[in-house]
Design a protein around this ligand. Structure first.
Ligand code: ADP
Length: 190
């Protein structure tokens, strides 16, 4: 299996690139953000639990992430592999993912980061706020999300570097140009 993590700050384009990667390499795309938003829209128990947290830009508790991921892995037990988008976001989640994949005798194959600076991110997210009206795209919440990314998610870079699974590409430029760079890297590993 090819288990691929697309990594990067909020607004780095993970969602866009993940969809393209999943399509090209026939992998299952798992976006934890999309799963949460769907549950919020449908007012499920999970949705009601996480709505306030997400609207503040805070992280959903790790324990809930494990449940969601276990569910997704079960649902797609015949998948060729996965593109994880927005997960893991904490060191605990990274350990949990290793454990979950380990049970299937699988492992993370590659972590690919999209590099985009804070200023550009703020600009992009504010623009997205105008277009999509996501509740977690207000200036205050965006700043909180960037801070949480820097505090809790960025440490994953060293975690995966130490496992020699980390690669990065510049996340600035046209979507197709970035995708071409991403594919070049993936093709070296797949
Ligand atoms: P972005 O990458 O733009 O921040 P996502 O769609 O990936 O957006 O996530 C939206 C929100 O969903 C996050 O701000 C967080 O509240 C919650 N979330 C998504 N994935 C996780 C995760 N792995 N751990 C904790 N919270 C998460």
């Amino acid at each position: 299996m090819f288990n691929f993590i697309l990594f990067g700050p909020p607004g780095s384009g993970k969602g866009t690139q993940s969809v393209k990667i999943a399509e090209k390499y026939k992998l299952v795309h798992i976006s934890t953000g999309d799963i949460f938003r769907k549950n919020i829209r449908e007012k499920t128990t999970l949705g009601l639990k996480v709505q306030a947290i997400i609207e503040k830009g805070d992280l959903v508790p790790d324990a809930l992430l494990i449940e969601i991921l276990e569910d997704a892995l079960l649902q797609h037990s015949k998948a060729r592999g996965f593109v994880f988008d927005g997960f893991p976001r904490t060191i605990q989640q990274a350990h949990d993912l290793d454990t979950m994949l380990g049970k299937k005798n699988e492992a993370v194959s590659l972590v690919l980061a999209l590099e985009v600076g804070d200023e550009e991110i703020l600009k992009r997210l504010l623009k997205r706020a105008e277009i999509e009206g996501r509740k977690d795209d207000t200036k205050e919440v965006i700043e909180n999300r960037i801070k949480i990314y820097n505090d809790q998610t960025q440490p994953l870079i060293d975690f995966y570097k130490s496992k020699k699974k980390f690669q990065s590409v510049k996340g600035i430029g046209g979507i197709d140009q970035i995708f071409a760079e991403v594919c070049k890297l993936i093709d070296r590993f797949i």
